[in-house]
Design a protein around this ligand. Structure first.
Ligand SMILES: NC(=O)c1ccc[n+]([C@@H]2O[C@H](COP(=O)([O-])OP(=O)(O)OC[C@H]3O[C@@H](n4cnc5c(N)ncnc54)[C@H](OP(=O)(O)O)[C@@H]3O)[C@@H](O)[C@H]2O)c1
Length: 290
């Protein structure tokens, strides 16, 4: 089985690649940053340098591949999914496993970009699996700076809940989708075990690092202003503000049992993710990369 992993230097793709290596396979990976990929995987993978925004250059990586794990980011997701799917179809690739989003079901924000991407892949006629995770637990790393410096988390999600998922669960489900046929043609809505408020998540981080943290509710305007400082575009900023509003309104709180159905075990808890990552929130430590 010859798998091509895109996004292999990112949160989920790096875990997918490591799981494939553990199962004895030698994946190909596509990256814009071969040096970073070599530092992560040494000589254990075949590295192809390319940009998903420049599909003509993707042929060498796609040719001879049985399955592609497709990670596209940002407002260009639909066009990039379309280009990858058409190339996969032309080259007779057996399947695309797309890292999508559970927010497709709510049809909002970043989920709307993924929904259009999924539509493009279906239209191209290539066999597919759409892995649809809810918010990643690793998103909490974005809180590291304000927790370290001020002991504060600020969010416009109010008391809304989100069933955060451990990135390892996303990767394990994705590997099943890549290697087994049972999920072909399906969309897999995956969540963690518990739907928690951001205040509860803040409290769990505080407990793990032995520090009382405060959770401050901010307005959409303040959230927009803060995110705009680090955002790639106004479109991405608005997508995030809309996402946080939907969480506040209770629209993204439902859990699913898909992880348990596919992996025959419970999804990993936020407590476990925090135990693995507590050092990033301690004032004496460096900030997480990225
Ligand atoms: N975070 C969440 O809560 C959440 C929830 C649901 C769905 N998602 C979806 O998950 C995906 C992000 O996954 P992630 O967090 O694992 O990734 P990530 O950590 O944000 O890393 C992004 C990856 O994409 C690659 N990449 C970006 N632009 C590229 C381009 N033009 N050409 C080739 N590769 C490119 C990067 O590779 P190089 O830099 O090495 O080229 C990197 O490996 C997005 O589609 C997002 O919408 C996220």
């Amino acid at each position: 089985m010859n798998c091509l992993i895109t996004g292999a230097t990112g949160e989920v793709g790096v875990r997918v690649t490591r799981l494939l290596l553990k199962s004895g396979l030698r994946p190909r990976i596509l990256t814009r940053n071969a040096k970073k990929a070599r530092a992560l995987f040494d000589d254990n993978v075949d590295i192809f340098t390319g940009d998903l925004g420049a599909p003509d250059a993707l042929r060498p990586a796609f040719r001879g591949t049985d399955a592609v794990f497709l990670v596209n980011v940002g407002p260009q997701i639909p066009e990039r999914d379309r280009a990858a799917a058409r190339l996969a179809r032309e080259l007779g690739i057996g399947r695309i496993v797309k890292l999508s989003s559970l927010d497709v079901e709510a049809g909002l924000a970043i989920g709307a970009w993924h929904e259009r991407g999924e539509t493009e892949i279906r239209a191209a006629g290539v066999p597919f699996v759409f892995v649809r995770p809810t918010g990643f637990m690793s998103n909490f790393l974005a809180w590291a700076a304000s927790i370290q410096a001020q002991g504060v988390v600020r969010s416009s999600t109010g008391s809304g809940r989100r069933p955060f998922i451990h990135p390892e669960d996303i990767a394990e489900v994705s590997v099943v989708a890549l290697l087994e046929d049972a999920c072909l043609g399906r969309a897999l809505p995956i969540t963690g075990p518990d739907s928690l408020t951001f205040a509860e998540a803040t409290m769990l981080i505080g407990k793990a690092i032995g520090r009382q943290l405060s959770y401050q509710v901010i307005s959409d305007e303040e959230a927009r202003e803060r995110y705009a400082r680090i955002s790639g575009s106004a479109e991405e900023t608005e997508a995030h503000v809309a996402l946080w509003r939907a969480i506040r309104e209770g629209r993204l709180a439902a859990t699913t049992n898909t992880v348990e159905q596919i992996l025959a075990r419970k999804p990993l808890s936020l407590r476990q993710w925090i135990a693995e990552n507590a050092q990033w929130f301690c004032a004496s430590e460096a900030l997480p990369p990225g």
